[in-house]
Each structure stands twice: as C-alpha cells, then as structure tokens.
Design a protein. Sequence first.
Length: 302
Amino acid sequence: MDKPATPAWIDLFDPTEEERRWAAEVSGLRVPERSDVTTLALSSRIRTDDDDTMYLSIPYFADTSNGHKPGPIGLVITAHVMMTLRFSDSRAFELAAEGCHEHHWETSGDVFATLVEAIVNLAAQNMEDVSAELKKLSDRVFTPTRLGTPVLRECMLEVGRLEGIQARNRSSMLGVQRVVSFVKTKKPTWMSDPVEVRLRVVDHDLKTLDEFDDQLTNKLQFVLDATLGFISTDQNHVMKVLTVTSVATIPPVILAGIWGMNFKHMPELDWPMGYPMALGVIVISMILPVLFFKWRGWWSGD
C-alpha cells in the first residue's frame, strides 16, 4: 500500500499504539509520549532540533468548556506538518479545525497560528463569561438588604468556583504565552511573514488578557473580602442580640431569686397586690436595659 500524503495537521487525541505508528509513518516524526509533554522542565517543554523541528508542550491546558478538565498538549512542528498530541476534548481545537477548513491553510505555520488564535479567542470569551458572572455576584452581595450567613456562604462558594475557572484559564494561557514567545524568538524557517504578524497579534492579545486577569483576580478578592466582612457583621449582630438579651434577663433573675427565698417574714407575702406588683417590676427590669441600649445606640434591633 502506498504511503498516504502528509497532511498539514495531524491531531492525535489520546492515540492508540496503532494510531501512533500511523502518525510516525506519515509524518516521519517521533510521536511524543505523554511523559514528554507533562514534564515541568522548561528546556524539555520547548526546544528545536537541528533540522528546525520544534517540540513544544503545554503541561497544563484546561478548556473550560470541557468541565474544566486539565490535560497536557504536545506539538511537533516542521516546515511541512504540525502534529498535536492531546488527551481530552477541546473546543479550541474544534474551532481551529473549522478555521483551517474555511481558509484552506496548507502550511504548518498557518495551522499553528490558527490553533493559538482559537485558544486565545476562546480564553478571552471564557474570561468575559467570568466577568459577567462576577458582576451579577457583586450586585447580589452589595445590596441594601441585609443578607444572612447562609446566603453569604453561597456567595463565597460562587467566588471559589469563579476563581477556580480563572485559575485554570490563567495556567493554560501561561503555557500558551511561553510557546508563542519561543516561536517568535526562534523564527523557524516555516514561519512566514504573515504568520509572524499573526503571532505578534496573538502575543499582544495574551498580554491584554494577562492584564484582564489581574483585574478579575482583584475583583474576586474584593468580593470575597466583602462577603467575609458581611458574614462577620451578621455574626456580630447575633452576638449583640444575645448580649442584650442576657443583660436584660439579669435583673428579673435577681428579683425572682430574692422573692423566691424561703424566709418566714417577708412583707411582700402579706400584700394583697404583692404578686402582680412583683411581675410588673420584673417586666420593667427587663425593658429598662433594652431602652438604655437603644438610647446609647448600641443596638438597633434590626
């Protein structure tokens, strides 16, 4: 059987051994192992061989449209073909494939630029979604109506969810930025002038997203601090009510203790109105501390 023509892009999605052998035969390249693309050593993640073949990897890539499941991505790029190795679904790769078919790209450089553009565009969309959800959460937290601790706890959980999404997005963009910067610096033979311009635009977009990420992170931290402050205020309100209640019950307890003594000679026992008088004094002794707290402004009762 004749050897099939080499395509411009070979995308291996959690390949079997048979698929790996086919890709190696078609491209003439060594297909990286998963351990090769998950290494943390920067020198192993981005390097160039003598024949201008680039081996690039992003150890942590999370496509937030896929349940935020992270996975490594490996890229091998020559002047004729780009091979990608991934282990989870990615909307960015689907968008890149659609872009390649739409523009009929036939060079590895154009395919690579299309892929990183799709990743960056999807990341920008995800960040805009986080920003929109964060605005709704901020409006929910900063409301004139006093929120209880259970509601504020739900807001804290929402802040944690949004921060988790943004943290995964941030880690992914860091790996993409290193790859783009490396390719721009090395300027391989397969990088034409139009591709270089496209990568320069992508690099600028990544820096803009980095600034946007700082704004979102600061806003998330602000909302989290405000939520914690409101929870503390709500708990202080509860303690304030308990304090007023405990202070207000001290005088009647003392009076009831005095009138409950078993002395033989107590003048109040012989008074016809002694019992209702004692009840009235006990009630007044409870009301007076509450009025005093209100007068001092120590308790609003709200």
